[in-house]
Design a protein. Sequence first.
Length: 212
Amino acid sequence: MTAVPWWAHEARRCGRQAFVLPVLTAITASAAVATGSGTGVVLDRALLSCALPTATALACAAVVAREPMLELHLSLPTAYPRTVARRLAWPASVTAATALVLVGLVAATGHQPGPLTALLELSGLSVLLSGAAVWATVRTGSATPATGLVVAVVLAKLLLVDRVVPEGAAQAVPALLIGGHLFSLALRALRPGARSGARLGHGDAHLGPREA
């Protein structure tokens, strides 16, 4: 199978939520801020900084959890972690394009923060939340714990981190590093023989211990 059919196949395996959820969330957030819906400055900032990354993380968790034939993938020449990474590239690409549009729309309305700060914050938080969601899904075999972890991280950011760490690179760089590390841990745990405790089943993923 050539590269184009492979990528098209992985897009289908991702499911529609990988493409629809980030876009719809960004549209809702930008519309709420642009129309001055009365949510207030604090809630507007929370929408702009957290809505798209949260939707992306949930989409990534769903992509990993919906695989019903892990045993078949482990028998194929292509390593399963590479397959997962290839699938996750789809929601990542959709989020990157959506973030650029969202930042442009918000900048056109004159809302704060500036475009560069907003883009850095969106990028960092998207990688952090998505890495945490994928890691939790692989470790537990279900997207449900990943949802709880994503919510906890978002609350920690809004209630704690934003009060003590400046916006922009000061938050984005650590978030990118931590999120990237979590992605790496998750993909390593999917290798054959890894002691990950991750074994995807039919429908939502479920776990059973895997011997090394």
